[in-house]
Design a protein around this ligand. Structure first.
Ligand code: PLP
Length: 369
């Protein structure tokens, strides 16, 4: 593999066929649920990978910054929601983008609505951000007076076109097992629809509902009573998604290839060239053990399933420490080999690495500063 892909330094490998299968599964579910698929592109951040989505009928996307919106607008996407609260300091960018594409933004206060109305020269699509239990941002789903005030404010000008209600149930990541995730998904749908129904009673009709995180969207069979879904991570998945029960290990479509630089038989551990600057410092703790990824073997032309009792125990800036409770696995590695590690959080690892290498040896670029 080292020779085939010419790996000398930490490299993010992408199994394109796995990613396409993940994409097909999610696109099919959205289609069968009669729901718009507005995938989050912050996971892959790549125009080339974005193009794969077009083959599945995707025409509208989600991003997490105006800079990302500009990048994808420059690559032909013209219906983009920036699912991050309006940052008033970037109004010039918002103004410019709203002139050339159908731009969506999210707000949680009347002040931000007024600000947009005063500053914009072209209409923008506005969503109210609803907190259905995650607790990160948004108006509490039960605070109907605020929903109503914002709705009324949005109607004061043609510059702010009220689209509907947008929620992100990121607390699905804190649950293990399908049942709990389905429960959070259903509760989220129910709570946002409750806000929509009350606003309809107050005369705000045809509002849309936008939800969707990868754990919820992966375990649910039918998306139900929503207008659109916005999962992003599912295109690659990662070791966290596997650990919380969103996917099987074989669905994970990215792996870090890390050169082995030291071997310590007495400690049964290895040091790899691959640390926080490559993976990010994210970790996942399960059954009292902290993990920074899962080691997989190379098998002819693809990687296999995670090795038992082999742990990515810690990461410092450029080093990764791999501990073995499995002698035969330890014996199979030497200094100068390349070790493959499924990342804990593929979005952050991709963001750090800035490019992908497919198993066919092709390089796929990403948005860069
Ligand atoms: N929508 C919003 C607002 C988000 O913040 C995110 C991710 O953080 C997503 C959608 C996509 O969720 P996931 O990363 O679980 O696919």
């Amino acid at each position: 593999m080292t020779q085939l892909l010419n790996i000398q330094t930490p490299t993010l490998l992408l199994d394109k066929q796995k990613a396409l299968r993940n994409l097909e599964r999610m696109a099919k579910k959205a289609h069968q649920s009669n729901v718009r698929f507005r995938p989050h592109f912050k996971t892959h951040q790549s125009a080339e990978i974005g193009d794969w989505f077009r083959d599945f009928g995707v025409t509208s996307i989600t991003v997490s910054s105006l800079r990302m919106a500009e990048y994808f607008a420059n690559h032909g996407w013209n219906d983009i929601t920036v699912a991050f609260l309006v940052n008033t300091l970037e109004i010039d960018r918002m103004r410019a983008l709203s002139e050339r594409i159908k731009l969506g933004v999210i707000v949680e206060s009347v002040d931000r609505v007024k600000f947009l109305q005063q500053q914009l020269k072209h209409p923008i699509q506005v969503w109210q951000k609803i907190d259905t239990g995650y607790g990160r941002t948004g108006i509490q789903w039960g605070d109907f007076e605020i929903h109503l005030q914002i709705a009324k404010a949005l109607n004061q000008s043609d510059m702010t076109q009220f689209q509907g209600l947008l929620a992100h149930a990121g607390h699905t990541y804190a649950t293990l097992g399908t049942h709990k995730k389905v429960e959070i998904y259903d509760t989220t749908v129910q709570r946002v629809n409750q806000v929509r129904d009350r606003l309809a009673e107050a005369g705000f009709n045809d509002l849309k509902v936008s939800i969707g995180d990868t754990p919820g969207c992966s375990v649910i069979d039918n998306f139900g009573n929503v207008s659109e879904v916005r999962p992003g991570n599912f295109i690659f998945y990662d070791w966290t998604q596997h650990s919380v029960g969103s996917c099987d290990a074989e669905n994970i479509a990215v792996a870090m290839a890390c050169p082995i630089v030291a071997k310590y038989p007495e400690k049964k551990s290895l040091t790899v060239y691959g640390g926080a600057v490559h993976f990010s410092k994210d970790s996942f703790t399960k059954d009292g053990r902290i993990s920074f990824g899962a080691v997989v073997p190379w098998q002819n032309d693809h990687w296999g399933l995670p090795l038992d009792r082999v742990h990515v125990a810690s990461l410092s800036q450029e080093h990764g420490l791999i501990e073995f409770g499995n002698q035969s696995a330890f014996d199979s590695y030497s200094v100068g080999d390349v070790m493959l590690v499924l990342p804990i959080h593929s979005c952050l690892t991709a963001d750090k690495m800035g490019a992908y290498r497919t198993l066919e040896g092709e390089t796929i670029s990403m948005m860069r500063l």
